[in-house]
Design a protein around this ligand. Structure first.
Ligand SMILES: *Cc1c(COP(=O)(O)O)cnc(C)c1O
Length: 220
């Protein structure tokens, strides 16, 4: 039987291979292991196998699981990859090292206020709705560059990069290419794109962070 630690090793190998294939620098792609819905007992073997960067999509769920796991193992980096409500901004700033889902003015303002209050500065990425899907979070790609600039000028927030989740029915490549182009125009360096089914394509298009859940932890 293949366990999570073995699947993790396989994903790391595939990332390294994709870096070589696409002339990306070795180690230039960070694996965010998406542990949403999995409990501490399922996460511990992956930490024991050396993984330190994890992603969660809900603030409350992360708050229930991660403080104890962090006590056990120093050096964990926690990423919020799910939608953020402004009334959760304080908890998000307290808990997360990177927030991938800044996508509107109200969230930018709430994060700026809590970062000042708490003296903490998680790295921030703007989520872009590259497929213009009505049910999906993220800013309209036509407004993304101006929004990054407004985060700086109106809220004093340094945006580090962009994130997207392509529509499931589309080929992901064009979405990743669009995100890369927008990041260049906005002058930001991080690209959070690619999941279990398409992370190698994302690496081809310049991903710096791939968010891989089920290929490591199993089906949800
Ligand atoms: C769940 C989730 C992932 C991981 O998806 P898998 O297909 O399980 O790899 C990545 N990004 C976001 C935003 C998610 O919500």
């Amino acid at each position: 039987m293949v366990d999570a630690a073995e699947r993790l090793a396989e994903i790391r190998n595939r990332i390294a291979r994709a870096e070589r294939t696409h002339a990306r620098a070795p180690g230039s792609v960070t694996l965010v292991a998406v542990s949403k819905t999995f409990d501490a007992d399922a996460i511990r073997p992956v930490i024991a196998a050396g993984q330190r960067v994890f992603g969660e999509n809900r603030v409350q769920e992360a708050k229930a699981k991660w403080p104890a796991l962090r006590e056990e193992t120093p050096g964990i980096e926690l990423h919020l990859i799910g939608p953020l409500q402004s009334n959760k901004a304080r908890e998000a700033v307290e808990l997360f090292d990177v927030i991938h889902t800044v996508d509107r003015e109200k969230i930018a303002a709430a994060l700026a206020e809590e970062m000042r209050r708490l003296g903490r500065s998680p790295r921030l990425l703007v989520q872009v709705n590259t497929g213009l899907e009505p049910q999906k979070a993220g800013i309209d790609p036509r407004e993304a560059v101006a929004f990054v600039e407004r985060c700086r000028t109106a809220h004093g927030l340094a945006i580090a990069g962009l994130m997207c989740i392509p529509p499931v029915e589309d080929q992901p490549g064009p979405h990743f290419a669009l995100l890369e182009k927008l990041a260049r125009e906005a002058g930001v360096g991080l690209l959070s794109m690619g999941m279990s089914s398409d992370f190698e394509t994302a690496i081809q298009f310049g991903a710096t962070h791939v968010r891989v859940g089920s290929a490591i932890f199993g089906a949800r």
